[in-house]
Design a binder for this molecule. Structure first.
Ligand SMILES: Nc1ncnc2c1ncn2[C@@H]1O[C@H](COP(=O)(O)OP(=O)(O)O)[C@@H](O)[C@H]1O
Ligand SMILES: [Mg+2]
Length: 261
């Protein structure tokens, strides 16, 4: 990374973040700085605390100690909706979509729920609501196209191929116009063709200026996609650097690659 990138102030910062479950320390004094516009990989063996850390970032769970700052705001104890409104989006390991709604409706609802939720407009009806609906629909159509899902716009989400459902879950997150999106194993369950499409979608998302933190087991995808990679083992950060640096790190090979191969 050039000095210019290092000089920029981070979009997201975690300091000494710790989360225990009973006697188990799932995330242990984790420090992380994520720069705007980067694609950061978060890897590590099963049970190393990756999902727990993501949950701490989204507010799905709250840390025992430490702090998380996003866009300069201390969000350590804030609720998920406040974080979403601040621009922190997330996709899920199993797609969180309404299976009986169409793809377009899913994305439309995604934006409406978080950004246009002004119930009194709906109650009053009238031109404001209709205009918001029209704008929402146009935005949803655009997001679907961006995610490569135009062909499924009118299809019931539950009937779409699994890879398309996962892209739809990302589109749903994008519809809230995040400045950063967190992804937990987006390639899990995808065939290799779908994984390639997902990689391309992640690049398009980054090219729009949206920062990505991605947990991924598919090391080829991590290597080709991520600017930097953070490696966890037993809740502790054991390495951080470019994919190439991390790949040859001895501790990483012991903890992660060593166990895998
Ligand atoms: N809600 C929970 N209650 C108890 N233990 C949990 C809970 N969530 C995660 N853990 C434990 O925390 C550790 C880290 O889990 P997790 O964050 O899911 O790891 P990863 O995503 O890296 O596989 C594991 O030992 C897991 O069993
Ligand atoms: Mg996990």
């Amino acid at each position: 990374m050039g000095p210019g990138v290092e000089a920029a102030s981070p979009l997201l910062t975690a300091r000494q973040v710790t989360k225990t479950f009973g006697g188990l320390t799932a995330v242990n004094k984790l420090d992380i700085d994520i720069q705007p516009g980067e694609i950061r990989g978060l890897v590590g063996p099963n049970g190393s605390g990756k999902t727990t850390f993501l949950n701490l970032l989204t507010g799905f769970c709250i840390s025992d100690s430490g702090s998380v700052t996003f866009r300069g705001v201390n969000i350590t104890r804030q609720g998920t909706h406040r974080r979403i409104r601040l621009g922190l989006g997330r996709s899920f390991q199993s797609p969180q979509i309404f299976r009986d709604m169409t793809a377009l409706e899913n994305v439309f609802i995604g934006s409406y729920r978080y950004l246009r939720a002004e119930p009194y407009h709906a109650l009053l009806g009238g031109s404001r609501t209709r205009r918001a609906d029209r704008e929402g629909l146009a935005a949803a159509t655009e997001v679907l196209e961006f995610a490569g899902l135009s062909q499924w716009a009118g299809t019931r989400a539950g009937s779409m191929p699994y890879g398309a459902q996962k892209s739809l879950d990302i589109a749903r997150a994008l519809s809230a116009r995040p400045s950063m999106i967190l992804m937990d194993e987006p390639a899990a369950g995808l065939n290799s063709g779908e994984a390639v499409q997902l990689t391309a979608l992640c690049r398009r998302i980054r090219d729009r200026g949206i920062t990505i933190l991605i947990i991924e087991h598919n090391m080829r995808m991590v290597m080709s996609l991520c600017d930097r990679v953070t490696v966890l083992d037993h809740g502790v950060k054991i390495a951080e650097g470019t994919a190439a640096e991390v790949e040859v790190n001895e501790r990483v090979q012991e903890a992660y690659l060593g166990r895998k191969h």
